[in-house]
Each structure stands twice: as structure tokens, then as C-alpha cells.
Write a protein that binds this ligand. Structure first.
Ligand code: RRO
Length: 311
């Protein structure tokens, strides 16, 4: 029997596929649909200390090879999502989940994490260090000093499983510097990658989203090679206890297979889930299992990280 089950830290998942934060995860109703689908887990929309309306619409567009968005972190406030994952956690047979959070300042981030630490929530937290779309707030993980400062303080009081959502990096020196920082901390995972920030798509003579005069995060086919490079670069550099979640350009079983080959333990789907809806998890699981069967692999560990190089 071919299995796409996986683990991160002490948590097991029947399937390695799930949504990416930002897609199909704004409300309990959307999250319940992912939970009831073939997905192995869900992650919530990134929650902030206070609810946010986000940027003016239109703020998301499907474009020929993927998507562009400048949502601006609209969310119902982190306690909305925290209450929901605690409720599910207390139901027998519940899947394990990911709660995505970040503050609008370092102080707010620590206030949120302290509140989760004090709660009954025992699941994973994904700290989003890579939102590209809030005017005046740079992507945190491009600032290595700030990133190290946040993690050092967080791990001084936070003892539950914690991972980070990263922006794509584009230079080998940055992979080296970022990995050296992440290896100092007991992270459960890193998630590579968030959207490629601040792309610009033009139709006729006009941009397609309103915020920031059209600049927005790219997802979909545009970003798969960058996502795979980030997954593999961190797989090569991080302590083996830090698992990798692969996100970016997954719309087929073959795409998921490639993320696992690069070292991913779990795979998140954003743009293609937005286009196709939660039935996508059944389709891609089937496609991934077909590829594994053809190649004689029974489980992810049979090929995870085993990318071949040209010698
Ligand atoms: O809400 C957004 O604009 C957003 C976020 Br928080 C993020 O992390 N990544 C993204 O592409 N959009």
C-alpha cells in the first residue's frame, strides 16, 4: 500500500498535502472544508493581535501562470483561529493543525505567542516572517538581525512546537546566513516559500490589483523553480530536526513529488487550491501515489531529499 503520510516533530499526518496560509482559511467554514477534504492538515490565515480589514479590492488576481495578491493581511484576529484549533484539537480523532500568526510589531508578535503559550493549544504554530503586502512593513525574514532577535526572544518563553514561514531567497550567501541563524533555534520546521514579493502584472496598459499601484506577491507556476531551490537549499543546510514544508507552484502530483525530492516533509497548495477548491487534495494525492507506484516507492522517506545531481 502506497502511503503519503508524514511527520513533523511529534505530529503525524495521514497525508502530506494541505492548504497554504492565505487560501481557503479566512473563516471556520472554509477551514472546516479543508479539514473534511483529503488534505492531511490545514493552516489558518495569518492572525494578528487585532482583526484587520486588509487592503482595498481588487487585491487578488488570477493571471496566466499563477496569481498576484496584495491582500494586506486581512484576518479575524488570532484568537478567532486559536479558539477554533483548540476546539478541533479536543475532538477525538482530530487531525493536527497549524495556527499561522504574526504581529504588526515585534511587541505584538510576542504578545500573541505568549498568549498561545498560556492557552490549551498543543498544535503547531507557523510564525509568518514573510508577508510582502503591508505598506511600510518590510518582509521580516529579509532582515536577518530582526529575525534572530525575534526568534531568540520567542524561544526564551515559548516551548510549544514552532516553525517559520519564509520569503524566497535568491542568493547562496543568503541561504548560508539564514540557515546559520535558524540552526541556533529549536524550530520544528521552516516553510519555503511565501509568494515572491512585489511582482507587477499588466493587462493592456493597466495593473490588475489596486493596492500599492499593482505591486503584489506572485504565486503559481511563476514561483515553482524558486520554491524548489529554497526547499533544497534549506534541506542541505538545516539541522535534520528542522523539517521543511514545501510551498510554491504545486498543481499536480508531479509538482508535489519534486518538492519531496528536494526534501519537503509536507506540501502546501495556494494558487491552485484557490482555482480548483478543496477537491484538489484528492486529485493530487492520487497523482502523487501513481508516480510513487510507478517508481516502486511505498512512502515519502523512500525518495525524500534524494534529488540526483549531474556528476
Ligand atoms: O495577506 C497578505 O497580503 C499576504 C500574506 Br499575510 C502573506 O504572507 N503572503 C501573501 O502573499 N499575502
Amino acid at each position: 500500500m502506497v502511503s503519503t503520510a508524514t511527520q513533523i516533530g511529534d505530529f503525524t499526518f495521514d497525508n502530506c498535502l494541505m492548504n497554504a496560509a492565505g487560501v481557503y482559511c479566512m473563516t471556520k467554514e472554509e477551514l472546516a472544508k479543508i479539514d473534511q477534504s483529503a488534505a492531511g492538515s490545514f493552516v489558518t490565515k495569518t492572525g494578528t493581535l487585532e482583526p484587520r480589514l486588509g487592503n482595498p479590492e481588487p487585491r487578488y488576481a488570477d493571471i496566466p501562470l499563477g496569481s498576484i495578491n496584495s491582500m494586506g493581511l486581512p484576518n479575524k484576529g488570532f484568537t478567532y483561529y486559536l479558539d477554533y484549533v483548540i476546539k478541533l484539537q479536543n475532538q477525538p480523532g482530530s487531525k493536527n493543525h497549524f495556527l499561522s500568526v504574526v504581529g504588526m510589531s515585534q511587541e505584538e508578535t510576542h504578545a500573541i505567542l505568549k498568549s498561545i503559550q498560556a492557552s490549551n493549544y498543543q498544535g503547531m504554530v507557523e510564525l509568518n516572517l514573510s508577508c510582502p503586502n503591508v505598506p511600510g512593513k518590510p518582509q521580516i525574514a529579509y532582515d536577518f538581525e530582526a529575525t534572530e532577535q525575534i526568534l531568540a526572544k520567542a524561544f526564551s518563553y515559548y516551548t510549544k512546537p514552532l516553525g517559520i514561514k519564509l520569503p524566497p531567497y535568491f542568493d547562496i550567501a543568503h541561504f548560508d546566513q539564514a540557515a546559520a541563524i535558524f540552526n541556533k533555534f529549536p524550530l520544528a520546521f521552516v516553510n519555503c516559500v511565501n509568494s515572491i514579493g512585489n511582482g507587477l502584472f499588466i493587462q493592456d496598459e493597466t495593473v490588475v490589483i489596486k493596492p500599492k499601484n499593482g505591486f503584489g506577491g506572485l504565486g503559481g507556476d511563476y514561483i515553482k523553480p524558486t520554491a524548489l531551490a529554497n526547499v533544497h537549499a534549506f534541506y542541505q543546510r538545516l539541522n535534520p530536526s528542522i523539517k521543511i514544508i514545501g510551498t510554491g507552484g504545486v498543481k499536480s502530483g508531479r509538482d508535489a513529488f519534486e518538492h519531496i525530492l528536494c526534501g519537503a516533509s509536507m506540501i502546501q497548495i495556494g494558487t491552485a487550491l484557490h482555482q480548483e477548491g478543496p477537491a484538489i487534495f484528492e486529485r493530487i494525492t492520487k497523482e502523487l501515489k501513481t508516480i510513487m507506484t510507478q517508481k516502486g516507492y511505498d512512502k515519502l522517506e523512500d525518495f525524500q531529499g534524494q534529488l540526483n545531481y549531474i556528476v
